[in-house]
Unconditional design. Sequence first.
Lengths: 294, 249, 331
Amino acid sequence: MGLDAASLLQVLVWGLVVGSIYVLLATGLTLIFGVMKLVNFAHGELMMWGAFLTILIAQSTGVNPYVAMIGSTAAVGLLGVAIERLGFRPLRGTAKINEIFLSIALILVLQNALARFFVPYFRENAQIRTPYATEYFSLGLVNLRYDFVILLAVAWAITFGLWFVLFHTAPGRDVRATSQNRAAALLMGIDVRRIDMLCFGIGSALAALAGSLYGVVNPFSPYAGTIPAIKAFAVIILGGLGSVPGAVLGGLLYGVVESFGTFFLGGSWRDAIAFVLLIVVLMVRPQGIFREGA
Amino acid sequence: MSLLRCEAVAKSFGGLQALAGVQFEVGAGEIVGLIGPNGAGKSTLVNTITGVHRPEHGSITFDGHEVTRLAPERITRLGVARTFQIPQPFHTLSVLENVMVGVAFGARGASLERAAREAAELLEFVGLADKAHHEPQALTIIELRRLELARALGSGARLLLLDEIHAGLTPKELEEARELLQRLRARGVTILMVEHLMQIIMAVCERIVVLEFGRKIAEGTPAEVAADPEVIRAYLGTRRAGGARAAGA
Amino acid sequence: MSRAAAARVRRRRTLPVALAMLVAGGVVAALVREQFVLQVLTYVFIFAIYAQSWNIAAHSGQFSLGHATFLGLGAYASVLLAGRLGLPAAVAMFVGPLLPALAGLAIARLCLRLREWYFGMVTFGFTAIVQVLVVEPFGGLTNRWDGLDAAPLWAGGRAIETIAILNYLTALALMVGSYLLAARLMNSKSGLALAAIHDNEVVAAVSGVNVRTHRLMAMTLSGYVAGVAGALNSHTLTRHISPGIFGIEDSIWPLLYTIAGGLRIPEGPILGTLVVRVFWEWALRALGGFESLVVIGLALAVIVTTFPQGLYVLAARAAGWAGPRLARRAR
């Protein structure tokens, strides 16, 4: 590929698309981290559950996959609530590293349960087929897939919606209060356990949505979620743990840097570039770009 | 001969000048009080003396050693120890082991066996002997402060910086705390105490240093300081502001 | 009073435990003739060494999510020393791990200001970076993605069964050695410093602990021990080394095994590796396929939610000899 403006623009668009998926993943993770101070590494598995459920709903009912996403997102949200109640809540107050252990156990369960149900139908890889898969917009230098436009619109509508809820509504205020100071929030009469459950549910639902959108632009398997989730974790560290603006900015930055890095250096550097970026940022700012809880 | 000498010590955080050229001395064997309204820079000063923060300007000498830019553990080993305003025990160690850390790594650098013996004696000294094998989580806030004191003493402190160890005590507990201070003094320890409770400062300190907005505004005996117009202004000022906040809330 | 208190701090004896492990392992070797069982147990011993190395770093509060860096570098260095320079595998196995020890030192130095998640993520990132370095700039030396064959630790016309037993006994001996090392360290004065750093770095520093030196020491030692496990693994069980070792899985094992057994307890990684691995192998054979992994995942989830302090504390409680010390450590 040459270094012409058109292909650079193409790389940028891809970076924005991938970045928007990271934004959804990272926002969910950071929301959960903010109130519960834990990271669910099985976030990527919830993501793939979302993608497969979207296919299942779309195929069994015949609705548009973008409509089916509503159902899969809600279902995974409920799954998240169950995981919080039965898994993470009993671990509160024990060693932090226990939560990573539980995440790993959840990865095993969710990944293999998914494989058990879906691999017989899809063999190795599945992809969500939308009715617009072959339609393009012309935008001067580049042709833009319809699906990219829809993906960006959905991702950013949800991100701004969440932003509005967090910063302009009463429940959002309770979430932010719990995130800043759990003990004080408890004293002010906020039911922090309900906030935990709510945030874990919303975070999981966001993962499912991210997975469904990922499935529109990439072929995927039950195992495809692990790496994006780890990168989303790197993103929230980059942005500052618990910071929603940090997750949004970090996710976009990450997607674009990764896209250009892969373009210029080649595929085997893809994962490493991202981590070099992370390490450099943390050397300069050990607390991430935005401080915790901002 | 002064044990601790601070000269023109300055420290800022971002745009906030927390310490703007603080100058004072503490003589060997003295009990000196450090007072001032909220945000005057008292805790910052304690953090700067112990090496947790590094000052931008000025110099701090302890017992003739320049300690301005030394790492915290080096300063501790020279014989400076502190307690924290909010007690911060080592939560996975027993009460005894908490004190052992100070004895083993402080000025004396004792072996584990000796550290265990001396730590047990120190727990007896602060009245926690029966809690030696408890976990810190089982201690009350007062007991935690005593644990901090024992850990600080264990590190071989000749100068002890006490950060508000009397806040929230009942009169009876205050009486016990005063008695403990007298016993500390009998051990020959020099004390610089940050305190809000004027009652205890007036009763035990020989000299008082008053800070406001990162500057020393007064220094002298309790009686001199109490009569100092600058101090009265600073305290009345804050009291009024505090009253206004309370009324507004 | 004070003497009684002092006596109670005197640490548990570790030598009898080490001897018991050696005897038990020897008895099993004498009785069991099934190759498969010996192989699983050899794996358990090697990965218990690896988990122990992680446990040492964890004792100082440095929870690494990228320990495969050290496992892999140790294996590569040893295999290359044996293959290129013709060093005997038994020597290369202990010289090669100096490389991951150095890597541990370097990473710890870079991460001195980082804690918890930040530390974990950076260590994870280094694994991805080291993998690329091994494959790309050093590809000529490492044969890129295809990897290298490893010289056998025990060879020279012996029967396969004999080699299997020798591998088993070597791994057992080194595991017991790593146990003694970790136990002595945790019960020593330095161990007290590491525990203090684990709990609160600022308070440790103002108590006179040199936080920097101790953190670097723990990671250097951890890197070395992990490297020995990696070298041992490639000279005995896998007889091959490839960049796949710098994957996520190999960074997860030590964490999984150690926490299941008992975090920051020297016996923890050994018990955890044994129980989890044996159960794992059993489930794979008894249930097969995806179901077995779902069951394993559920079992692990149940272990951690019901006994967050690990199986060793549970067993010790049941046997009635767990002091409050143990429970505190594992919190």
